[in-house]
Every structure is written in C-alpha cells, then in structure tokens.
Design a protein around this ligand. Structure first.
Ligand SMILES: [Fe+2]
Length: 205
C-alpha cells in the first residue's frame, strides 16, 4: 500500500537479536518495543526529523522489550504516552483494550489482544503502512513460547482473519519480515488445523 507512513525496522541487538520499530507519518512518530542498543533508534529518529514522538507501544512486558523506554522518555520528554495491555506490568500510561485505536497522523494504530506468549501480549496493526507488529506472538515461520490453547486461539481467531497484505514485523530477528499471506501458507504454528496439531507442532519449537 502506498501511504505516507514509513516503517523502520531496527536490529538493535539486546537480549536475543531484538527488533524495535519506528513508524513515521508527517511530523509524528511512534516506537514499538524500544530496547537493545537504543542509540540505533535515536539515530533513526534524528534522521527522519520527527518533531513529535507520540507513543511508545509495548507488545508485552518482558524485560528484553522494554529496556529502552526510560532512555526514550529521558531524551524526548516524559509526556510521551506509553501504551500497553492492562495486564502489562511495565509502567504505562494508556491501557489498551482489544481493538482500541490510537490516532496516528491522519489514521490510527489498532491494538489486537493476542494472549498466549504472555497474558499481556498484544499486536499492533498500522493499516496505512500494511504493518503488523507481532512482538513475541508470531515470528516468521515460528511463534513465541506459549500456553498452547491460548496461543492456538490467538493464531486462529485473531491473526488468521487479518489481511494477507500485512507485513509481519516480529520482535526478534530470526527472519526479518514477510507478508502475512505467505505466513498463512508456511507457518505451521499459524495455520495449524486443530489444537492437537498445534500441540504437536510446539514439540519442535
Ligand atoms: Fe517475550
């Protein structure tokens, strides 16, 4: 989709080849899971001259995904909104419900509740950029460690119905990114036909 929103994938190292993401539209920016070598995120924000960093979006509260939050706030101001699921234990100022939308530029970013890896896991859909930020829920051809029935439900009822054109941007650099349409064909954790099959697949995780 051709839009005014740009997405930057930041291979920021950290605990286990973590990714942060920065999305920019006009003078506004947001960052997903600021972590690892935060200077890499600073460099992107400097380069795009984002005048207002509006949101820090947390996919879940695991330590390796939030290590840069305080540094971002220190540099860009404590009034930046930190958003996450109500069950996220990392301090945040916006509690997001399932399907809640945050205004971003001329459009919005939507939160989709996706428990399984953790109780507080969410994914973020930035439709204008065809972007789906999946944290540790969905990796390319893999998924995060999880509670099996909860994760199976998330895969089947939350992620599978989404548009094929979305690009899956996950929380770790195992494979950088791919379209959700391709993942529906190749990712055995995403397309498992039953909970029994999903459980069997998890044995090779
Ligand atoms: Fe995690």
């Amino acid at each position: 989709m051709d839009s005014g929103v740009k997405v930057f994938q930041i291979d920021c190292g950290g605990f286990d080849s973590n990714y942060s993401y920065i999305a920019v539209t006009g003078n506004s920016a947001l960052i997903v899971d600021p972590c690892g070598d935060i200077k890499k995120s600073f460099a992107v924000l400097d380069k795009v001259h984002a005048l207002k960093l509006e949101y820090i979006l947390l996919t879940h509260g695991h330590h390796d995904h939030v290590t840069g939050v305080e540094e971002i706030k220190n540099r860009y101001g404590n009034d930046i909104q930190v958003a996450g699921h109500p069950l996220c234990r990392y301090p945040h100022s916006i509690n997001l419900k399932d399907h809640e939308k945050l205004p971003f530029g001329t459009s919005y970013v939507e939160c989709l509740y996706s428990p399984g890896h953790t109780e507080d896991s969410v994914i973020y859909k930035l439709a204008e950029a065809d972007a789906l930020f999946t944290g540790d829920t969905l990796f390319i051809d893999c998924c995060g460690y999880c509670k099996d029935s909860q994760m199976f439900n998330t895969m089947k009822n939350v992620i599978m119905p989404l548009e094929d054109s979305l690009i899956v941007y996950s929380g770790h650099n195992y494979v950088p990114f791919e379209s959700l349409g391709n993942q529906k064909k190749t990712n055995i954790y995403l397309n498992a036909s039953s909970l029994e099959v999903f459980r069997e697949n998890l044995k090779s995780l």
